[in-house]
Design a protein around this ligand. Structure first.
Ligand code: TYD
Length: 133
């Protein structure tokens, strides 16, 4: 997989006087079945999350609140995606190196994942990552 397989997805949004509502459905807005959800919150200023790739896991990342940058790298190119809307999701296929940074105060990142947690699915060494690309 490479950066061409990454997709920014505009999720449905219902706006009315009572506020806004967005939703996401598996196999419709995201191309996988959701096996796991996790969220990242209370990130101290300046901290960097991620810094790894997954062998199998695919993810869909939404900035439910606040903003942060997702830096994606396929070993050849690097691209920064700034997420700052609750209706915008970033689909990250397997095999993409990723890092998350520039978290705003009180930001909340929701991540929907295609696999259950497996520490053996992680590649933590960027040089090793580049070799198997
Ligand atoms: P990690 O994947 O390193 O977070 P990030 O990519 O945001 O920097 O996960 C941090 C810790 O949480 C690590 O010890 C593994 C654990 N963890 C789980 O147990 N289950 C999960 O679903 C996730 C995402 C992490």
């Amino acid at each position: 997989m490479d950066l061409n397989d990454v997709k920014l997805v505009n999720l449905p949004k219902f706006l009315d006087d009572r506020g806004n509502l967005s939703f996401v459905e598996q196999l419709k807005h995201i191309p996988f079945e959701i096996k796991r959800s996790y969220w990242i919150y209370d990130v101290p200023g300046g901290q960097i999350r991620g810094g790894h790739a997954y062998l199998k896991n695919e993810e869909f990342i939404v900035a439910l609140s606040g903003s942060f940058d997702v830096i994606l790298d396929d070993g050849k190119q690097r691209q920064v995606f700034s997420l700052n809307r609750s209706y915008l999701g970033l689909y990250v296929p397997k095999g993409i190196w990723r890092q998350m940074q520039n978290f705003s105060t009180n930001s909340l990142a929701l991540v929907l994942a295609s696999t259950l947690f497996d520490k053996n699915d992680y590649i933590h060494d960027y040089e090793k990552y580049k070799i198997i690309q």
